[in-house]
Design a binder for this molecule. Structure first.
Ligand code: ATP
Length: 245
C-alpha cells in the first residue's frame, strides 16, 4: 500500500521562465491531502503555469515540485494525478459516453464507472450526443468526467466552471467537496470570488508571486475586509505601498 503523505503537493522556491520572462518567481506552498484549495489571480498571473508545473508538463527553471512524495511528472504519478485543462481535450467525433468510456478503458476502469462519471457532471440525459455538437461549457464537463473516471488521488482543475450556469456550478462544487471528503486532493483555479469562498484554503497569485496562502476566514480577519474581493484588493494595495521605515 502507498504511504500516506501529509502534503499531497509541496512546491518549494519554484521559478519558471517562459519566453524570456519570469512567470513564477520563488513560489512556495503546500497542499494538505484531502483538501480543496483555490488558486486565484488575475489573467496572466501564472495560474496555468503553476498548475502545469504540478502536473509535470511545464519545464521549470529552478525549485522543486513534489506530488504525493514524488517529483511532479514522474511516471508513477500518471494515473494518480488528473488534470483538466482550460480548453476541453476531448474527441469531437465521439459521443459523450464514448469519450468517457475510452478514458475508462485506458485507466482499466469499468464502463459503469464511466457512465457514473457522465451522470456526475450532469450529462447523463444527453450521453449519446456527439461532443462537437455540445456547447463549450458542456464540453468542459465531458473533460471533467474523463478526469473523474480514473478516480485520481490529486485532481488539478483549471477554471472548471467557466461558462456554467449557477446551479451546475453549485452542483460541481458540492461534488468537489464530496471527492475531498473521500480523500481526493483538489487544486482548482478560478477568477470568481464566490468560488473562493467555497475553498478551505486560498492561494493568491499576482504577477508570478504568491501574495496570500491562507483560509478564507483568516484572510478576512487579517485584512479586516468584508469580503474576499476586498481582502485581495487590500493585500495588493499593501504590497504596492512602500514599506514604512
Ligand atoms: N507558451 C508561452 N510562451 C511564453 N510565455 C507564455 C506562454 N504561455 C504563457 N506565457 C506567459 O506567462 C504568463 C502567465 O501565463 P498563465 O497562462 O500561466 O497565466 P494565467 O494566470 O493562467 O492566465 P489566464 O487566467 O488568462 O489563463 C503570462 O504573462 C503569459 O503571457
Amino acid at each position: 500500500m502507498d504511504k500516506p503523505h501529509e502534503h499531497a503537493i509541496a512546491v518549494d522556491d519554484l521559478v519558471v521562465n517562459r519566453g524570456g520572462k519570469c512567470v513564477l518567481d520563488s513560489v512556495g506552498f503546500t497542499v494538505a491531502a484531502g483538501s480543496v484549495t483555490g488558486l486565484l489571480g488575475p489573467s496572466g498571473s501564472g495560474k496555468t503555469t503553476l498548475l502545469r508545473s504540478i502536473v509535470g508538463v511545464q519545464k521549470i527553471t529552478s525549485g522543486t515540485v513534489t506530488v504525493l512524495g514524488t517529483p511532479a511528472g514522474s511516471p508513477a504519478l500518471r494515473s494518480k494525478v488528473g488534470y483538466v485543462t482550460q480548453s476541453p481535450s476531448v474527441y469531437g467525433d465521439l459521443t459523450i459516453r464514448q469519450n468517457v468510456r475510452y478514458f475508462a478503458v485506458n485507466y482499466g476502469v469499468s464502463r459503469n464507472a464511466a457512465d457514473e462519471a457522465v451522470r456526475a457532471v450532469g450529462l447523463g440525459d444527453i450521453a449519446n450526443q456527439m461532443v462537437n455538437s455540445l456547447s463549450g461549457g458542456q464540453q468542459a464537463r465531458v473533460s471533467l468526467a474523463c478526469a473523474l473516471v480514473a478516480n485520481p488521488a490529486v485532481l488539478v482543475l483549471d477554471e472548471p466552471t467557466v461558462g456554467l450556469d449557477p446551479v451546475l456550478r453549485r452542483d460541481l462544487w458540492q461534488q468537489f467537496h464530496a471527492l475531498a471528503a473521500a480523500g481526493t486532493t483538489l487544486l482548482i483555479s478560478s477568477h470568481v470570488m464566490d468560488e473562493a469562498e467555497r475553498c478551505e484554503r486560498l492561494l493568491l497569485l499576482r504577477e508570478g508571486r504568491l501574495l496570500a496562502d491562507d483560509a478564507p476566514a483568516s484572510l478576512l480577519h487579517a485584512t479586516g475586509a468584508p469580503n474576499l474581493e476586498e481582502a485581495f484588493l487590500r493585500l495588493i494595495l499593501n504590497q504596492l505601498q512602500p514599506a514604512k521605515s
